[in-house]
Design a protein around this ligand. Structure first.
Ligand SMILES: Nc1ncnc2c1ncn2[C@@H]1O[C@H](COP(=O)(O)OP(=O)(O)OP(=O)(O)O)[C@@H](O)[C@H]1O
Length: 578
């Protein structure tokens, strides 16, 4: 049972156990809620006795029934408290663990996952799906299971008492569930359509917020809002259709359940009239019939979340089953040479980005990756840091295949500056300290000076304590890049990847920063990607990547003999300078 629940509802073992515990207490509560009915029945039995059988007397007075009523209330209260604790507390615990597990999983997924996945869908899975599952597992699932169990138990008890009246009361349950089963497929499809439409609207809004500058600059406001209207309309229509279907199904099933009472009234009246039952049994069935389906009716009001449960669980399972990048967190390195051995890689099937790439970036040397735009330079640098795994060949670090190294452990050896700098909405100091969490303020300031941040930071209102806005929006491109370089300098890792790290800087600043970088790169493995001759002038090795293949691999001595891309680049820049 536990295993079945774990597989079916994507629960942990503890979660499945807690759910069962919740179901048990909810069943008990459903049965306990019948206690007032039992009390009413006992009272009627006792007090109607003298009316039905003249000469007999009532057994107990009002005080007795009041005391019994209070005792029943105390029992119901105690069970309700226990049920609340067992269901809600454990569900929220499971939900917290689920979110943490998802976050852990995300940390270990290859970047390819984030490229393929729609980010707003991902956010929805983590936030909305978790919240909805939390709600469904705390309210609807235990209540549904408990209602079915308590109805089955009570019906079994009634059957033993009088099977004919019990049947006349219980036949409505399978019929109501038949209606639900018929409509379930349709509702699921309608739910999926609704979700897809909702996602289109939220993506469009998100895109609008991201591209507000472009929308205004190219006067696209009308086109943008027209498209948003169209998507919102489609969502509204699908939603209305879905609500109609849901309403018809829920009301249909609830009306069928309501037929249980008239059914038992008529069957009981006939049996009473024909002497097949007595008044007290008839009364008991009437009183129970008025209460028995109340919990199930409650569950039907939440039918939509139950129908959509499968879809949410499938999405959760899809994320949980994504193959994470594995590897050992302890490994021995002979040195920090990075060696590409016949590496092939494609982001999408059939679109080869790297084809049989082989070169070595040695420790103590600066290796420049050059080549035309789209040639695969950034891809190669990211593969070296195991942002993705290559499909063919292998990449080694100090003789160890990086596929066998846990990505986070591997990245501890890398300091990376990419073209697309990402900054946090925090102070300059905090943004630089990301390079090394335990760095002192003095160490941060030293790195900032080497990266030429000092000059613009001194102009900020609070210096290093100035908050720089979302992704550093209050800074220029060059200033953002300098913060990113300062981070790398602070990290002081044995391998440095610089992807167009100084592209947004003017000549003067680039020259100064390069002086700082040359201090940083001593004895390290440096891979530098640049389009400007000046940036790679000091490189020990030039590797040219054109259309995913290596067309040149030149040492400092050999570069003069180039008659390929490097020679053309050199010539072009000389011409430009003139
Ligand atoms: N995340 C991605 N998903 C799919 N394709 C990608 C992705 N990143 C890059 N590409 C494609 O891979 C190819 C190589 O890109 P890459 O960024 O490695 O080239 P590059 O040589 O660094 O270019 P540039 O000099 O313009 O930065 C390009 O055709 C690019 O469109």
């Amino acid at each position: 049972m536990i295993k079945m629940l774990m597989a079916r509802l994507a629960l942990s073992e503890q979660g499945a156990r807690d759910l069962l515990k919740g179901v048990w207490w909810t069943t008990l509560l459903d049965i306990a809620l019948m206690l007032p009915v039992v009390l009413t029945f006992l009272f009627l039995d006792d007090w109607l006795g003298p009316v039905l059988a003249p000469g007999s007397d009532t057994a107990h007075g009002l005080a007795y029934y009041s005391a019994m009523g209070l005792a029943f209330m105390a029992v119901m209260y105690a069970i309700a408290v226990k049920q609340y604790r067992s269901t809600y507390t454990s569900v929220y615990g499971e939900s917290a663990n689920r979110r943490i597990a998802l976050a852990e999983k995300l940390r270990k997924l290859p970047l390819a996952f984030f490229g393929e996945k729609n980010l707003s869908d991902l956010t929805a899975t983590i936030m909305d799906d978790c919240t909805d599952l939390e709600h469904t597992f705390s309210h609807s699932v235990p209540q549904l299971m408990a209602s079915l169990i308590s109805i089955a138990l009570i019906t079994a008890g009634l059957m033993a008492y009088d099977w004919r009246l019990a049947l006349s009361l219980a036949w409505v349950v399978p019929v109501a569930f038949g209606v639900l089963a018929v409509a379930k497929g349709q509702m699921k499809r309608s739910n999926q359509t609704n979700y897809a439409n909702k996602r289109k609207v939220s993506e469009h809004i998100q895109e609008g917020l991201d591209l507000m500058q472009e929308i205004k600059a190219y006067s696209m406001e009308k086109a943008y809002t027209d498209e948003l209207d169209r998507k919102a309309d489609a969502y509204e229509k699908a939603m209305t259709r879905g609500e109609l279907l849901l309403g018809m199904t829920v009301n249909g099933a609830q009306s069928l359940l309501k037929l249980g009472l008239p059914s038992v009234i008529s069957a009981g009246a006939w049996m009473l009239a024909t002497g097949r039952t007595d008044v007290m049994t008839y009364l008991m069935f009437l009183v129970i019939g008025s209460r028995i389906y109340a919990p199930l009716n409650e569950v039907l009001n939440n039918l939509a979340v139950l129908v959509f449960l499968d879809v949410r669980i499938d999405r959760m399972k899809e994320m949980e089953s994504m193959p994470a990048l594995q590897g050992s967190s302890t490994f021995k390195l002979a040195n920090f040479d990075i060696c590409f051995d016949n590496v092939t890689f494609a982001y999408e099937e059939g679109k080869q980005v790297l084809r049989g790439v082989s070169f070595t970036a040695r420790q103590g040397e600066t290796t420049a990756l050059i080549g035309p735009s789209g040639g695969g330079k950034t891809t190669a640098a990211k593969l070296a840091a195991r942002f993705w795994d290559p499909q063919g060949g292998r990449i080694t670090l100090g003789g160890t295949d990086i596929k066998t190294v846990e990505p986070e452990t591997l990245l501890k050896h890398f300091a990376v500056v990419f073209q697309d700098v990402v900054l946090f909405n925090a102070t300059v100091m905090e943004n630089i300290r990301i390079g090394r969490r335990n760095a002192t303020d003095a160490e941060v300031v030293r790195a900032a000076r080497l990266a030429r941040c000092d000059e613009f930071v001194s102009r900020l209102p609070d210096g290093y304590a100035t908050v720089i806005g979302e992704n550093g929006e209050t800074l220029s491109g060059g200033e953002r890049q300098r913060i990113s370089i300062a981070r790398a300098m602070l990290k002081d890792a044995p391998i440095i990847l610089l992807d167009e790290a100084t592209a947004s800087l003017d000549v003067e600043n680039e020259t100064m920063i390069q002086a700082g970088l040359s201090e940083l790169v001593k004895d390290k493995t440096v891979i530098i990607i640049a389009h400007r001759m000046r940036t790679i002038a000091e490189a020990d090795r030039i590797v040219t990547l054109e259309n995913g293949t290596i067309t040149e691999n030149l040492t400092a001595v050999e570069r003069g003999k180039s008659n390929g891309y490097f020679a053309r680049m050199l010539k072009q820049q000389v011409t430009d300078a003139v």
